[in-house]
Design a protein around this ligand. Structure first.
Ligand SMILES: *Cc1c(COP(=O)(O)O)cnc(C)c1O
Length: 359
């Protein structure tokens, strides 16, 4: 039996979107591919609200975000850490030989812009790397406010953003907020299978990358842009099947409209939150609850893994807590093309299990 995915990724993908991947292949040096690619880039530029450029890499999000560190951090990067993904970028920066300053916040608490500001006053950093929507704790960081203080205190510091589980579900402005680079895997709020990642990079970040040594070859933004400008091609073989699905899904997304997509995510989150507050409690700090992932605090001490097994038997998949929060929380992803009705159905099934088990 297929389990309907309410995970923090990958997400449930619509049948017609899945089917797009089954189309016969074309060569990636063909005119047909160039047309497909150009159409995708143009619509992504529309989504990003930029006249500059958009990128599509054949990789999960981590590759592209590691690429941000390699391409846009000359020596030193500041990373506010309040969950597993921000922690991961600290590790990635170390592994790439960069000097990292991690500013720690309690998991479930939002990054405080004033603390980031203090750190930037003390020392100079090439870049600040921020996770917009922390999937491990179901928390949306105040990115706009963080970007504002970075712009004010240290105008030449680049702002690099992990918007993997946020983009299209959590409102985000790029040029408007002064963001320099942002990446999102498509297996989250884009509602696609995993394997490609979309990104935006500002012109000044592209300029800055020219001063950075050892940027590597595969995740090299300058090379990607050159190939696009010269031939409307990618330097290496892309996941053509997923490009078909993205091409199709972008039309669906634009037809719904980005604002309406945000609204739908907000309404799904409201349903999940009111259930969580009635039956348990919310894990993250009030005021920063994510519109795409609800992280429930397991205040009744139910056996989370058994709960997940019971849900699985009834055809639903949600996620346990992340790492140290494994049994203390559980997470409901409500992203992509799920609807309010889907979330309500899930809740009815969860209630049925709680009642049956006497939890
Ligand atoms: C899922 C996720 C990632 C990891 O993305 P991959 O596509 O698995 O590499 C990174 N950051 C956040 C916030 C995520 O939710």
């Amino acid at each position: 039996m297929h389990k309907k995915l309410f995970l923090p990724g990958p997400v449930e993908v619509l049948e017609d979107v899945l089917q797009m991947q089954a189309r016969p292949l074309i060569g990636h040096r063909s005119k047909e591919f160039s047309q497909l690619y150009e159409g995708i880039i143009n619509r992504l530029k529309g989504l990003f609200n930029t006249d500059y450029h958009a990128f599509v890499f054949t990789s999960s999000g981590t590759g592209v975000l590691e690429g941000f560190i390699r391409n846009f951090v000359k020596e030193r990067v500041l990373i506010p850490v309040n969950g597993s993904f921000s922690k991961r970028w600290v590790e990635a920066a170390h592994l790439n030989g960069k000097e990292v300053k991690a500013v720690e916040f309690e998991w479930g608490k939002a990054v405080r812009p004033e603390v980031v500001a203090e750190e930037l006053k003390r020392d100079h950093y090439d870049a600040v790397m921020v996770v917009h929507n922390e999937s491990s704790t179901g928390l949306t960081n105040p990115l706009k406010e963080i970007a504002e203080v970075v712009r004010e205190v240290s105008p030449d510091t680049l702002i690099l953003v992990d918007a993997v589980s946020g983009m299209l579900g959590v409102p985000l402005e790029l040029e408007g907020w002064g963001i320099d680079a942002v990446a999102a895997s498509v297996q989250k709020a884009f509602g696609l299978p995993p394997g490609i990642t979309v990104a935006y990079v500002s012109p000044r970040a592209m300029e800055r990358s020219k001063e950075v040594e050892n940027r590597g070859m595969y995740f090299n933004f300058e090379r990607m842009l050159e190939y696009y400008e010269k031939k409307r091609q990618t330097p290496f073989t892309p996941n053509i099947s997923l490009f078909y699905a993205l091409d199709y899904q972008l039309d669906r997304i634009l037809e719904e409209g980005v604002q309406r997509r945000y609204e739908r995510h907000r309404r799904m989150a409201e349903i999940a939150r009111s259930w969580a507050l009635e039956k348990f409690d919310m894990f993250p700090e009030r005021g920063y609850w994510s519109p795409t992932i609800t992280c429930v605090a397991n205040t009744r001490g139910i056996p989370v893994s058994e709960f997940l097994v019971e849900l699985g038997k009834r055809g639903y998949a949600i996620a346990n807590g992340y790492g140290p929060l494994r049994e203390r929380t559980f997470r409901i992803g409500h992203m992509g093309d799920l609807t309010e009705e889907d979330v309500s159905q899930l809740i009815a099934v969860m209630d049925e299990i709680l009642k049956e088990k006497g939890w």
